[in-house]
Design a protein around this ligand. Structure first.
Ligand code: ATP
Length: 365
């Protein structure tokens, strides 16, 4: 087994820079996700690790071997693609045996390895079936068994669940995590699905415009994003550009004005550096906001507005609270509303000072 280390990887396609100076370390046995929007360079980076693409610059290490100039089959990586890429004319057994045949393994060893791999994905009894006789989820499990059969040091997964429907996808996520834990293999998952990355990963690397924007545990990247890009990409967010009001020793949000004509003031417990004309970018997650039945002027952060949107999504309600200028998104639990609120109703919301998080893009004006 072994970890993965990338040093200063850049990739140009003609004029276009798909990756810019990406460095990261994935620990031995870790489940690491590369998360980012379409076109940010995730697959390019995975292909560089797998040896399917030579980086324009930089080094790739697997374990303590520099594999930068090695072809894919000498890197000991197992790769699973979005499209499964099973051979349609081969049985499940022969699909899983494929890599071992290429390695010219003895028959007995091959049989043992194939059956062990099929057992990991709970498909031992499907060995003689053809791919078209399997469901999408089962085909994807065969693809995972095929990647594991060669006993790779690392497993590379390129959006392997994105062809599956929502329910199957959830089940497969759990299975994938269990298989990875059982085998203890270092794994990199490429995904654009934030929930998938948050629920499966030990750590997540967020890519944006070819750069690593942040690396952290799911909790770190969700609760303390580095910048606006990460905050907006993972989950929904209220972003406040706030200014320090020296006279009242408080932060005000110029773009949010209440019906009484006052700017929304923010009470926070987060660090802030006082200074003249300093602007701050602050974040408040919608689910940190609570709805109250009456004005609570004594509350440190209280705002009254009018409901501009009500979206019922089962376990929760997504509300947009409109102020005289600007608005705030609120995610409230279904349990908080015996009956659905209506657009146009007055609504009182509040949040705790510790739920206001400073982002790093502090701008000096
Ligand atoms: P998606 O989630 O849509 O698959 P991604 O994050 O995996 O996107 P990449 O496939 O890595 O993105 O592509 C990154 C950028 O590099 C894109 O702008 C893409 O158009 C470009 N690109 C990728 N492969 C090539 C290539 N072979 N030739 C030219 N440009 C490429």
């Amino acid at each position: 087994m072994g970890g993965i280390k990338l040093e200063h990887i850049s990739q140009h396609f003609g004029e276009q820079m798909a990756l810019r100076d990406v460095s990261l370390t994935v620990n031995d046995g870790e489940f690491f996700s590369l998360l980012g929007p379409s076109g940010c360079g995730k697959s390019t980076l995975l292909n560089i690790i797998g040896g399917f693409l030579d980086p324009t610059k930089g080094m790739v290490y697997i374990g303590d071997r520099n594999v930068t100039s090695l072809p894919p089959y000498q890197r000991k990586t197992g790769m699973v693609f979005q499209s499964y890429a099973l051979f349609p004319h081969l049985t499940v057994f022969d699909n899983v045996a494929y890599g071992l045949k290429v390695q010219k393994r003895k028959k007995a060893e091959m049989k043992q390895r194939v059956m062990e791999s099929l057992s990991l994905v709970q498909l031992e009894s499907y060995a003689n079936r053809m791919p078209h006789q399997l469901s999408g989820g089962q085909q994807q499990r065969v693809a995972i068994a095929r990647a594991l059969a060669i006993q790779p040091s690392v497993l590379l997964l390129d959006e392997p669940l994105s062809n599956l429907d929502a329910k199957l996808r959830k089940n497969m996520q759990t299975e994938l995590r269990n298989i990875q834990r059982n085998v203890g293999i270092t794994t990199i998952l490429v995904t654009h699905d934030q929930e998938e990355a948050l629920s499966l990963s030990d750590r997540i690397g967020i890519l944006g415009e070819g750069r690593i924007q942040q690396i952290g545990t799911p909790l770190e990247v969700y609760r303390q994003p580095n910048n606006r890009f990460v905050a907006e990409f993972i989950g929904q967010v209220n972003l406040f550009e706030a200014e320090y009001d020296e006279a009242n020793s408080t932060l005000i949000v110029p773009h949010l004005i209440q019906s009484n004509g006052q700017h929304v003031q923010l009470k926070t417990t987060a660090r802030k550096e006082k200074g003249e004309n300093l602007k701050y970018l602050l974040m408040l997650r919608p689910e940190r906001i609570t709805v109250s039945s009456k004005r609570e002027d004594a509350h440190p952060n209280h705002v009254t507005g009018v409901l501009a949107e009500v979206n019922y999504i089962g376990h929760s309600l997504r509300l947009v609270v409109r102020l005289d200028r600007g608005g705030i998104i609120v995610h409230a639990s279904d349990a908080a509303f015996p009956k659905l609120p209506k657009v146009g109703e007055t609504i009182h919301i509040n949040w705790q000072p510790e739920d206001v998080v400073f982002l790093d893009s502090k701008v000096h004006t």
